[in-house]
Design a protein around this ligand. Sequence first.
Ligand code: ATP
Ligand code: MG
Length: 395
Amino acid sequence: FPSPFKKAVPIMNKLQSSGFEVYFVGGSLRDLFLNVAIHDIDLATNALPLEVKKIFPHSFDTGIQHGTITVVYHHENYEVTTFRNDGDYLDHRHPENVQFVRNLQEDLKRRDFTINALAMSPTGQIIDYYGGIDDLDAKIIRCVLNPYKRFEEDALRIFRAVRFTSQLDFKLETDTYLALKEKVHLLANISIERIHSEFIKMMLGNAWQKGIQIIEETNIAEFMPSIDPLKLVRLLKSTYKNVHFPNEELIWATLFYFEILPQNQISKVLAKWKTSNSVIKNVQEILLFCKNYEKGQRDYHLFYGLLRENIINGIFILRKFAELQLPDLITNYDSLPIHQLKDLAVSGSDLIQEANFTPGVDLGKMIKLIESKVLKGELINDHQQIIDFVKENHV
Ligand code: ATP
Ligand code: MG
């Protein structure tokens, strides 16, 4: 076994010696065949959740109603899920109630795509009821069994399909594609949190262009708040078509920069997508930096108060997207004596204690003066030198 799997073998042995079946399942097998990094090892068993808990006291409930127990073994977590089918889907969303089943094939049948429906026994035998290996070889995303039904059951699979085309650089199989196109409207049942997460995973993927292509050809963008689909496809043209997005903030900033999302409503739009507040703040900073650069600002005002990661993301946009020959902006940023007020070697209370200031307007003005002198290189950011300067200039 490759090592991430090998580490889970003792868990399998324990289940087996208690009389249960157990298999490796899901994304880890797909990633094994694709020779890409494996994140989490999932196990499927015919043991019921309470039986799993009894065998592994060192475990916790992750989603016991869905049959999942997380077993902690040698400081690593393994999700052990009871074979199940997904019962009835009433609202085109993943069901709340599942039924446990006693055989593997039933469990694999409820999985979304053939490449995600592989299993491996504790002896290393591969179980492939739905042609997942052939599809991995052919680089195809294909629903398990009837794609129309599968998208109807759970519309999130529509966006998962798009995401996998990008992450894996695969194509949608024809029937899966036609079914997806027909069922796109069911995305109305999917929460924005799930759409957000799939969209970002898609954009972080190596072949995000494939994902955008599918969004263009279908009506998926209707379920992506404030996105202008006609402008979205511009990303597929000219210089920016070959970039790889390293983080979420850069993705949003790029979408605003190109007015695929409305630039004057950054926080409103991102709140609709339910991004975190720190993402909102960072995206605003990246855009501010790009705009100020374009307006010709080159002195410390261009960088002051901004986070280094935001400058790096901003430079990425300016470089890749505006085809600018840029000066070495990050070196300029790094060589600023201070990057924010709290980097100053003195604080207001230092001035009160050491230079006879009282709280008030004068104190505020003095801090501002010190700040701008330090930034202009007229005063060294050294505690004693600043205090000396203040004493000389405090009348
Ligand atoms: P990754 O963890 O890299 O996002 P993954 O394939 O492991 O990819 P998970 O969301 O962790 O995806 O799901 C684990 C497995 O559960 C999948 O491989 C698939 O077999 C099944 N699965 C997940 N979501 C669905 C769904 N909406 N419908 C059907 N099966 C699903
Ligand atoms: Mg996973």
